[in-house]
Design a protein around this ligand. Structure first.
Ligand code: SER
Length: 316
């Protein structure tokens, strides 16, 4: 098999996706790429790429025989809302550059869409696979546009594009970079360090979530799946659990009884969360390529506390 390129390799997803792909396909078969320089935790092959610069992508394609791209480089929702012009440039410009190079080199492309691709007029409970998508954030606008552009390249050029609508992702290897669901990661570090967390979303804000190992498994499984069974390609709803800040705090308290959560709501991120699904219907992913998550809230919380606890201890 020829090589896999992962853009955004140093981000929250990339940091665990690259090792998983290297385990499966061989270390030298997976090219990690990011616009930041690695601090040592990622091994070669590594390429410095700004995805908004097509010549830099072209250069990597020329030097490595790339046949599959996991295109993870993007701005998350809260950061994007702060810098909408940059969000369009990176999220859409980057995807367009990747799709064009994939077209020229006949590569398959994985594109991560999100719960952010929905908006306030979308049904929020049991959000269907095919439904109204009128997001009110620039992040959501780039995710819906990305879904459509990937569909277009598949039908117009026969490119093998595939993707997932990911929920909030919880992990301990690398921090999320400015999303609305970041509270569900921060809460673990604050619980371990201080037994206290001040949450920027209100106590009853219910959102879909997933532990990162499940998301990595889903991405790899989707790219390996038999496409002849697909009715959808680029935007499969996938979820593993949904909870409110109160419910995750209650779960943490089963391990750290003295843990206290307080609330200081950030109106911008609360408005974003209030425009997203409370829980999605992911039956299309289950039926078309066998999606099944492993981690529920209890299993994820136990595992996160063990890993974050070890990380905090070793940093002391
Ligand atoms: N976790 C993402 C965010 O909060 C949602 O896709 O922006």
């Amino acid at each position: 098999m020829s090589r896999i390129l992962v853009t955004g390799a140093l981000g929250q997803i990339g940091s665990e996706l690259v090792p998983a792909l290297r385990d499966k396909y061989g270390a030298d078969q997976v090219i990690a790429a990011d616009f930041r320089m690695p601090t040592g935790e990622i091994e070669a092959p590594f390429e410095w790429i700004d995805v908004t610069q097509p010549n830099q992508l072209q250069d990597v394609f020329r030097r490595h025989k790339i046949s599959r791209i996991y295109h993870m480089a993007a701005l998350l929702s809260a950061v994007a809302e702060d810098k909408p012009q940059l969000a369009w440039e990176v999220n859409m410009g980057g995807l367009y550059n990747v799709l064009e190079l994939a077209r020229l080199h006949n590569c398959s492309v994985f594109f991560p869409s999100s719960i952010g691709a929905f908006g306030p007029t979308t049904p929020r409970d049991g959000t269907p696979q095919d439904t109204i998508q009128r997001p009110t954030t620039i992040y959501g606008v780039t995710k819906v546009s990305g879904e459509l552009l990937c569909d277009y390249y598949a039908t117009r050029f026969g490119l093998d594009t595939r993707g997932l609508r990911l929920p909030g992702l919880i992990s301990y290897t690398a921090p999320p970079g400015g999303g609305t669901t970041d509270y569900a990661v921060e809460i673990f570090y604050q619980a371990v360090r201080y037994r206290h967390y001040t949450c920027f979303l209100s106590e009853d804000t219910r959102l879909d979530m997933m532990y990162l190992p499940d998301a990595i498994g889903a991405m790899i499984k989707l790219m390996e799946a038999d496409a002849s069974k697909f009715k959808h390609r680029n935007a499969f709803n996938v979820t593993a659990m949904n909870f409110t800040p109160t419910e995750i705090a209650d779960e943490i308290r089963k391990h750290i009884p003295e843990f206290v959560i307080e609330y200081d709501v950030d109106p911008m991120r609360q408005a974003i969360a209030d425009s997203w699904p409370r829980f999605m219907d992911d039956s299309a992913a289950r039926a078309e390529w066998g999606w099944t998550p492993t981690y529920d809230l209890a299993m994820m919380t136990k595992d996160m506390l063990e890993h974050v606890g070890a990380k905090v201890k070793s940093a002391r």
